[in-house]
Design a protein around this ligand. Structure first.
Ligand code: KIV
Length: 272
């Protein structure tokens, strides 16, 4: 899906992710929550943008994604959807909007689609099969999310790699097959040993999208502020591809200095 080939689609759809898996071409997903980040990532050729419920911690200052509300998701999904045309836009169903049953999942899924999402993501395995079936029947594409599922941070006792022993790895395999059977279009695998993610990826017909799940997933996803070195989060699975934090701090400090010294604004920034 490189942007330089004439066969590049002008709009990324789920079938392009499926094709990428079938052709062995890894694709990229980044979180995006606002106009400028979304536009920059579109220009960089990122195939799919996730309006993650991580917005609660990365933008709104909450401790955990469980604090992110449905209204937050609608606001940020609409901002991203207004800003880009090419990437596939996936939005998270917020904590509490689908765990209560298939009807709630569909009603909240409809809201996200109306806000501009093209697929919704929910966390959980076999127990989410009724919700996934109901969403798919309502015409709403679903991305699953297995392994470390941040909305269950309390029951998982913190951010921990999942599937390290044979019993939990087997549960992950079963969950992946069950939600594929229920109709998900792709599955995010978070904090899963690379060997387990490789095996699940090979066993599934739908693409996997890894975050802390090794190199063999069909696609990769990162929270953009981690990818760009803004958050200062240095988890083992994160690579900071820039030092935005350093650059922003340098720019802000220089601005402050120039204001203090009356060097800014200069005549070129002032009106007659
Ligand atoms: O909300 C989010 O950013 C996510 C990613 C960690 C996959 O779900």
């Amino acid at each position: 899906m490189s942007t330089s080939s004439p066969s590049v689609p002008s709009k990324i759809r789920l079938r392009h992710l499926q094709l990428a898996k079938e052709q062995g071409r890894p694709f990229s997903m980044l979180t995006a929550y606002d106009q400028f980040s979304a536009k920059v990532f579109e220009e960089a050729g990122i195939e799919t943008l996730l309006v993650g419920d991580s917005v609660g911690s990365t933008v709104l200052g909450h401790e955990s994604t469980t604090a992110t509300t449905h209204q937050d998701m609608l606001t940020f999904t609409a901002a991203v959807a207004r800003s880009v045309t090419r990437p596939l836009i996936v939005a998270d169903l917020a904590f509490g909007t689908y765990q209560t049953g298939p009807r709630d999942a569909v009603l909240h899924g409809i809201d996200l689609i109306r806000a501009g999402a093209e697929a919704v993501k929910l966390e959980g395995g076999t127990e989410m099969v009724p919700q996934i079936r109901a969403l798919v029947q309502a015409g709403i594409p679903v991305i699953g999310h297995l392994g470390f599922t941040p909305q269950s941070v309390n029951s998982l006792s913190g951010h921990r790699v999942q599937g390290r022993d044979e019993e939990t790895a087997q549960r992950l395999r079963e969950d992946a097959l069950a939600i594929q059977e229920a109709g998900v279009s792709a599955i995010v695998l978070e904090l899963v040993p690379a060997a387990v993610a490789r095996e699940i990826t090979a066993a599934l017909t739908v693409p996997t999208i890894g975050i802390g799940a090794g190199p063999d997933c069909d696609g990769q996803v990162l929270v953009w502020q981690d990818m760009a070195g803004l958050s200062g989060f240095h988890g083992k699975f994160v690579k900071a591809f820039a030092d935005l934090r350093g650059e922003l701090e340098r720019a802000a400090a220089q601005y402050r200095t120039e204001v203090a010294e009356r060097a800014y604004p200069g005549p070129e920034h002032s009106f007659e």
